[in-house]
Design a protein around this ligand. Structure first.
Ligand code: ZN
Length: 142
């Protein structure tokens, strides 16, 4: 385990997502009526207002949509450089995550990335599994 993170707020609507991360899977909501996928989790389909949904397991591959490197104020439990990125998953949803194993100068929009999972301690000493991303090229040895 490395680092410490603030515990996420887990609601009945998002429980499945955090449970999925614990199993090292990224689960995406998909409307059972029209098939529209959505993230972050919410009870109702924004496309057809259906309350029926199922999950699909993301392949864990996507591309960088945008990224920022927050530097101030430094948080003691983050490792720097700390890159926050919006990732477009191949399943068609966008999520916010961290980008690691890449120099900040080498990050670019559209860069292929692959998910992996890291277990953190929360401040309450619970285990928290989070999805992280790194360049796909690095994952296969360039
Ligand atoms: Zn729908």
């Amino acid at each position: 385990m490395i680092g410490t993170r603030l515990a996420p707020t887990i609601s009945p609507d998002t429980q499945f997502f955090w449970d999925g991360l614990r199993d090292h899977t990224i689960l995406i909501q998909q409307c059972s009526d029209c098939g529209t996928r959505r993230f972050p989790p919410r009870p109702m389909c924004f496309s057809c207002q259906s309350l029926k949904w199922e999950t699909v397991t993301a392949a864990g591959t996507g591309t960088v949509h945008s990224f920022v490197m927050p530097q101030y104020p430094p948080l003691p439990f983050f490792e720097y450089p700390y890159i926050v990125a919006l990732i477009d998953l191949d399943e068609g949803v966008r999520l916010v995550s961290n980008l690691t194993d890449v120099a900040p100068d080498d990050v670019h929009i559209g860069m292929p990335v692959t998910a992996y999972f890291t277990t953190f301690d929360t401040l309450d000493k619970e285990e928290l599994v989070l999805h992280q991303f790194r360049p796909t090229a690095a994952a296969v040895g360039d």
